[in-house]
Design a binder for this molecule. Sequence first.
Ligand code: GH3
Ligand code: MG
Ligand code: MG
Length: 326
Amino acid sequence: MIEPSTPDNEADRLRDLERYDVLDTAPEAHFDRITRIASTIIGTPIALVSLIDENRQWFKSRVGLEATETPREVAFCAHAINGEETFVINDAFEDERFKDNPLVTGDPNVRFYAGALLTSPQGANLGTLCVIDHEPRTLTAAQSRALEDLADLVVRELELRKAAATDYLTGAGNRRNFFTTADREFARAKRYQRHLSVCTFDLDLFKSVNDTYGHVAGDESLKLFADICQQEIREQDFFGRVGGEEFALVLAETDGPEALKVINRILQQVRAQSIRSGNDTFSITVSGGISALRDSDAVLGDIMVRADRALYQAKENGRDQAVLDV
Ligand code: GH3
Ligand code: MG
Ligand code: MG
């Protein structure tokens, strides 16, 4: 067996993949429809949407296969992403790279493989839409084109899925995405008894920012705030726009005092930035309310209510500050 090499653009590729926030998510009908069609029109028992993560291939959709992932070293698709065209193995027994591959010698007994590339709009190969048979076969030109068309539909579906979860103006998670993610993080923190903090933000006197500098400058301010937050947080944190000038942040593995430090750093950066509007420059400030997970919390809403109360307190205290609910 010959293991797949790592593409030259691996870091960019993984970043593109990460942006879709799709790994380890539940099956979705749109993707399953595409694998069903692929399996039917090529006439194979197996069809997969395979995404190549750092050390594994993970299947967003599966027809005819039980496994949800395999190690990257044995993945046909991990070879496919190194090329620029649909990758076809007519008979794996006849191919040095694959004849002693465990996926060939054992379950699921791959003999024929064809994978059309899932290429991100930025040009990185994320994985493939692939079909697999237990018998040697060939792929006709028409089948190859159909598989490639379906692969483009998979990428389009990934893009739509991402757009539906993203706030258009700021690029932050939108309200629905924030609460879905926060619910998931809440459940995880409860289950494993980990720290978790939530912060809600509200831009200060933002109506007067709009009134004084105009709506475009207001929009720029919202973008600036979102950019600062996105830069300050870690991979495992999640930031979303939950209202017009209201945002929220979930900090995983973070207790209240630690969260307060993070938020104070963000507030410091926000007030230090100047924003230009015509000949004017101005800056904005933000208030934040923080609360950490408690044993007695049953639902995410329990933390959110305390964070909102702390935010209200921050406004009462004169704005441009974060208050930790204790
Ligand atoms: P406070 O400090 O008490 O929060 O005062 P505020 O002026 O921020 O509060 P208020 O809720 O009265 O005003 C919020 C403003 O945010 C009003 C609305 O026009 C503005 N806003 C909401 N969404 C957007 C947006 O997408 N773009 C711009 N430019 N402004 C927005
Ligand atoms: Mg508000
Ligand atoms: Mg406000």
